[in-house]
Design a protein around this ligand. Structure first.
Ligand SMILES: NC(=O)c1ccc[n+]([C@@H]2O[C@H](COP(=O)([O-])OP(=O)(O)OC[C@H]3O[C@@H](n4cnc5c(N)ncnc54)[C@H](OP(=O)(O)O)[C@@H]3O)[C@@H](O)[C@H]2O)c1
Length: 225
């Protein structure tokens, strides 16, 4: 039976709004926050998404439930409060895009990855990188019920097995095959902009081939407790 969750979404734009709608349609309660600069736009958006979605501020979205999702421009991550995310599963859907976020030498040289930086900023969170590789309008339109002839895959990466399993379940509920890309450092790197699966719209099998490593597949029974 589906476990219904409270999910806080930080970022109410293309990807945050899309996932708010999709999670609410799957039965979850959603709280969504923007930067705080456009409260009426946020209220209007939440008003169009149904009674399971309500507009809140960032701290409230972070505290809302066991799962929070980051859908803000990566360059703004340091503005996120830290204590509110402690103990929560945090899905990082952000991407480092230098033309939008400004250049960072540590990322441009590959010394670290964007999700490792977000994890370091939120040390109490259990970070899972997911929902960052597919365009928002494809994410909105490409989900299929289980049993469909062809289903797209969504890769995820992280260091906490329980958190990854929870996120994999959410991916499944939205009509996609979750594909384990590995840990946050190595797996997350392969999910980044410029990597082999970024904006690629692939089936689970194609994703695994593109990721190029023998990672466990959720399709053949999940590897997590
Ligand atoms: N667009 C896609 O297809 C897509 C797909 C996958 C991943 N992503 C990634 O997802 C992230 C969001 O992309 P998007 O296209 O959805 O952007 P977007 O449409 O510009 O929306 C960004 C949202 O983030 C909010 N925001 C900005 N700074 C914030 C802060 N400090 N605290 C709270 N909220 C803040 C903005 O609020 P205000 O409006 O109030 O300023 C806005 O609601 C990016 O990192 C992007 O790379 C995007």
């Amino acid at each position: 039976m589906r476990r219904l969750l409270r999910i806080g979404i930080i970022g109410a734009g293309h990807i945050g709004g899309t996932l708010a709608r999709e999670f609410a349609a799957a039965g979850h309660q959603v709280a969504i926050a923007g930067s705080g600069g456009h409260p009426r736009t946020l209220e209007r958006l939440a008003g169009t998404l149904g009674e399971r979605v309500r507009p809140v501020d960032v701290a409230e979205a972070a505290r809302f439930g066991p799962v929070a999702l980051l859908a803000i421009p990566f360059g703004r991550y340091a503005e996120l409060p830290t204590a509110e995310f402690t103990g929560r599963i945090v899905i990082d859907a952000t991407n480092y895009l230098p033309e939008r976020d400004g250049h960072r030498t540590d990322l441009d040289t590959g010394r670290t990855t964007s999700s490792e930086l977000v994890q370091a900023h939120l040390p109490g969170a259990r970070l899972v990188k997911a929902f960052n590789t597919m365009r928002w309008d494809h994410l909105r339109d490409f989900g299929h019920e289980a049993g469909a002839v062809e289903r797209y895959g969504i890769p995820l990466a992280g260091d906490d097995d329980h958190a990854k399993w929870t996120v994999a379940d959410l991916i499944e509920q939205l009509g996609y095959h979750p594909v384990d890309a590995g840990d946050l450092a190595g797996g997350g790197r392969r999910l980044q902009s410029g990597g082999p699966v970024f904006l690629a719209d692939l089936t689970a099998g194609e994703l695994q081939a593109a990721l190029g490593a023998p990672v466990p597949s959720f399709r053949s029974g999940h590897p997590y407790p």
